[in-house]
Design a binder for this molecule. Sequence first.
Ligand code: SF4
Length: 336
Amino acid sequence: MGRLNHVVSVSGGKDSTALYLRALERGLPFTAVFADTGNEHEWTYDFVRELPSRTGGPEITWVKADFSERLAKKREYVAKVWPTEGVSAVKVERAVSLLHPTGNPFLDLCLWKTRFPSSKTRFCTDELKIAPMFDAVQKPIFERGGALISWQGVRSEESLARSGLPRLQRINPVPFSLPASMRRLGESWTAYAYRPLIDWKTQEVFAYHRRHGVAWNPLYDNGMGRVGCMPCIMCRKDEMRSIADRFPEHVDKIEEWEALVSAVSKRGNSTFFSVTDDPALSNGWDKDDYDWSLSRTGIRARVEWSKTSRGGLQYDGLALMQADFNTTCNQWGACE
Ligand code: SF4
């Protein structure tokens, strides 16, 4: 087995901060890495930036997915193929003019896919976190003939899916978004997931920050139960309401993104939260009669819904999604 390389994923949340502190306490040389999705709160960026100087720990490698090449190919595809599929010239022209990199990974990913991720098609974790971390930090380790210990800040009490995760587990480090040949190569590499916080309770995580004299991300003291994308596509109803109340600029941002992604989608409509969570559809409504407009299905409508009590229109999906949350994103310690 080649030289062991410890890699700690940092998201700016409490668990990954505890993980970083734990690695420091163990005195092991380690590499810390943060994947910037372009959809984080500015306090999280500040928190991650300042963590090394506040703790005396190693600098954090900052990675960011780049979709420039894929957007260029998409422009070509749209210009060539959409007209043959009966898409109007106006739509094609508009899409081609907008399918350019903005520099924001989350938005660029959605422009490239011409849609937002959803609970069932959660390509955001792989594309924005796992893959860029693999390319920048993990793959070079294997190319040097080394072995990987991937520190992951997941905890059993967070979900049923995580409760069964072992502390140490052999893994294939290659993201699912990469070709099968690369995945097969990954089988031969020595890579382990290490989850030192697996038995920790939430209070222990905060207590660990206190013990090290490190303040946690201020978002926790400002109504946020979790730190990650703001908002996350899986965010709960109460979280949506808190975000709208305290950080309305993040709702404005998503509203702008919905307009842009809708403009490059064939259907002319794409929403941040999946429309299929709307009970109006699951109750057997005719999809042809459904009001697909952004004013009915977009983030503003979800914010209004988030203010309703049980008597308001309920979307079962968000509650269900929360139960399903963490299956990929958090197993990797990529986000909270
Ligand atoms: S935090 Fe949510 S939106 Fe962001 S990458 Fe993870 S699953 Fe996707």
